[in-house]
Design a protein around this ligand. Structure first.
Ligand SMILES: [Zn+2]
Length: 389
């Protein structure tokens, strides 16, 4: 059995939400056999590898709770969804490599183009299952929208609640782990589906052992989705205190994707796209960014479970940028401990995977060693030195 002792890495003490220097992690056969103060570390035995991890912090393998594995991101992210299938499959391979290098163990895919009658993310998930070095994937299948809400090459479009229910069950028939409803409609001021229509989907999907999440960047759709009982809200860029309270009360999580707007802000100087580079574009983004940060603060204050996502591929982010989301959550007002939890254990809770995003004895040996202290310096998550899996 492969035995390895990582000696000298700092460990996060969850009871005190603080960092304890000079720890050690003993790994045997892909599981964490022991972790604690380096001075108390058991003898790993002959033949074991001892890794000098001095000056690093051991962080649980991260969970990107909002990703699009088959798409590359960048400033032309929407155009890329029309690329040929072979190209998108190659992009997914690149993304798997980028995820691992960035310390992301789990990817929750929340939307992929349909190819050959099935969301391409499901093909990728099935292909990667059990392959060493690849992320663990849970995938939603395709975006389900009211007709006219997204560019027509992306979603499965429906025109009413019956259509939404049929489309949701169709995704489960295709093998989706969860269902993603698109709750921004063609009309910004009106939810594309009513709370009753959402609730019918939630009940039917729950009855089949899966979950329902809702894209929402506007308030009307967030209200209807939460009133309909969805399990999570994606983005949630415009929540109010009432919606946040309702989410906390019924256990609806928020998947924050704030760094998308940091990426857009960078496009003001790296591109000439008017949406980002024009004065009006910059003003609109600043307003939107402020509202999104306020929404995260409202959710946090209400006690909503907050998970972190990049939105890579389906937004402009790239697959190795989850650290950016943690940094931005801190900039929005979260404590660094809570922002790190969003990218680790909270993502695991969202997935219903108890070992995901957790570093503990008996658990999977899925962690990364970063150079620095993520509890005072979230930017240290960019400085990945070593991956344990
Ligand atoms: Zn997305």
């Amino acid at each position: 059995m492969d035995v390895r002792l990582y000696r000298g890495c700092a460990l996060v003490d969850h009871a005190t939400r603080s960092l304890v220097p000079e720890g050690a992690v003993l790994v045997a056969g892909g599981r964490i056999d022991w972790l604690g103060p380096a001075a108390d570390a058991p003898d790993p035995g002959p033949g074991a590898e001892v890794v000098d991890a001095g000056g690093t912090t051991a962080v649980a393998g991260m969970v990107d709770a909002h990703s699009h594995l088959t798409l590359p991101g960048g400033s032309h992210w929407i155009d890329r969804a029309a690329d040929p299938t072979d190209r998108l499959l190659a992009v997914a391979e690149d993304n798997a490599r980028l995820l691992r290098q960035a310390g992301v163990r789990w990817a929750r895919d929340v939307g992929a183009p349909v190819r050959d009658g099935r969301a391409l993310s499901l093909t990728v998930r099935d292909r990667w299952r059990g392959r060493p070095g690849y992320p663990y994937v849970r995938a939603a299948g395709c975006w389900l929208t009211r007709t006219g809400s997204l560019p027509a090459q992306l979603p499965v479009e429906v025109t009413d609640g019956d259509g939404l229910l049929a489309a949701a069950l169709g995704q489960l028939d295709d093998g989706a782990d969860l269902v993603k409803l698109y709750m921004d409609g063609p009309d910004r001021d009106t939810s594309p589906f009513t709370a009753d229509e959402v609730r019918r989907v939630v009940e039917a999907v729950h009855a089949r052992g899966a979950t329902v999440t809702a894209h929402s960047s506007l308030l009307p759709g967030a209200r209807a989705a939460v009133a309909g009982g969805v399990d999570a809200i994606e983005h949630g860029f415009r929540l109010d205190a009432d919606v946040a309270r309702a989410m906390a009360a019924q256990g609806t999580a928020l998947v924050a994707t704030l760094a998308v707007m940091e990426s857009w802000e960078s496009f003001a100087t790296t591109t000439r796209l008017p949406r980002f580079a024009s004065a009006e574009g910059r003003d609109a983004l600043a307003e939107r960014r402020a509202a999104a940060h306020e929404s995260v603060r409202l959710a946090s204050a209400a006690g909503v479970l907050i998970a972190a996502g990049t939105d890579f591929g389906g937004g402009s982010q790239r697959a190795n940028q989850l650290g950016w989301e943690v940094e931005t959550l801190v900039a929005a007002g979260l404590e660094p401990y809570d922002a790190l939890a969003a990218a680790t254990v909270n993502g695991g809770r969202l997935l219903g995977e108890p070992g995901a995003g957790v570093l503990e004895a008996g658990g999977p040996a899925d962690f990364l060693l970063v150079h620095g202290d993520p509890l005072t310096d979230p930017g240290s998550l960019w400085r990945v030195w070593r991956i344990s899996w």
